[in-house]
Design a protein around this ligand. Structure first.
Ligand SMILES: Nc1ncnc2c1ncn2[C@@H]1O[C@H](COP(=O)(O)OP(=O)(O)OP(=O)(O)O)[C@@H](O)[C@H]1O
Ligand SMILES: [Mg+2]
Length: 241
């Protein structure tokens, strides 16, 4: 089966749209009565693609991710995820759709009353998997992100970078169909940032479609992956290769 990392389209035709994991067509979004935060955005992500979402602070990166993980709704336009139009999605299908999306939130959103291990294992527990089937995998993943000795630590006792790495482990542990990460290397050093990039690339190699909001120009350049650029709520996709 062939995948096409990097494939994107700013004006998807019907055939492309049908096969895209995600597509935006003329999407705008506003908070309350404020001017539009996102304006007339159209793009699509092919299955197995890997993109960075870049742009200055306040450009709308987190807002765009919110639309994808269903925490906000567009004021105009169409969003389709896994071939389903989100505007007409029955409410009872939302949990199922959300389970297919791994999210690294910019502000982590760990559960304070759960240990590092239990935070990371949460998506698997929610999916109904017995603990013995994932115990070793979760421990291995936490070791990979440098938290091997902090499995039983509570989030309040972790540093900012440790919390971020835990949030990353939780987002990837269930091998989601799409991974959204919002500034996932904002709190770690360069060596750890490259390690995290390798984790994302490996997940992508296994089929996950990846979209990462990042300010880290060095990381974007090193990855060799294409950029979708937001500026003042408008999107500029790279020129077609
Ligand atoms: N909950 C909110 N209510 C009202 N306005 C908001 C809200 N969240 C974001 N905004 C506004 O929307 C715009 C885009 O914000 P957003 O957080 O999407 O930017 P960003 O590109 O993620 O920035 P950063 O790089 O700083 O994380 C900003 O002007 C911001 O003030
Ligand atoms: Mg943001």
């Amino acid at each position: 089966m062939s995948r096409n990392p990097g494939q994107t389209s700013q004006s998807p035709d019907a055939a492309h749209e049908a096969e895209a994991v995600l597509s935006f067509a003329g999407v705008s979004m506003r908070y309350g009565r404020a001017p539009e935060t996102l304006r007339d955005i159209s793009f699509s992500l092919a299955p197995g693609s890997f993109h960075f979402l870049t742009g200055p602070s306040g450009a709308g990166k987190s807002s765009l991710l919110k639309l994808i993980y269903l925490a906000a709704r567009p004021s105009r336009g169409l969003i389709s995820l896994f071939g389903q139009d989100l505007a007409v999605l029955p409410r009872q299908q939302l949990p199922h759709l959300r389970r297919r999306i791994g999210v690294v939130f910019q502000e982590f959103r760990l559960l304070d009353h759960l240990s590092a291990f239990d935070n990371a294992a949460l998506p698997l527990r929610i999916a109904g998997k017995p603990a013995k089937t994932y115990k070793d995998d979760v421990a291995e993943l936490l070791a990979w992100v440098g938290l091997g000795s902090r499995l039983h630590a509570m989030p309040a006792t972790l540093s900012g970078g440790e919390k971020q790495r835990l949030a990353i482990a939780r987002a990837v542990v269930g091998r989601p169909d799409i991974l959204l990460a919002d500034e996932p290397t904002g709190n770690v050093d360069q060596e750890m940032a490259l390690r995290i990039l390798r984790l994302f690339l490996e997940l992508n190699r296994q089929g996950t479609t990846v979209l990462i909001a990042s300010h880290d120009h060095d990381l974007v350049a090193r990855s060799g992956m294409p950029e979708l650029r937001l500026e003042q709520g408008r999107m500029f996709a790279p020129e077609a290769a």
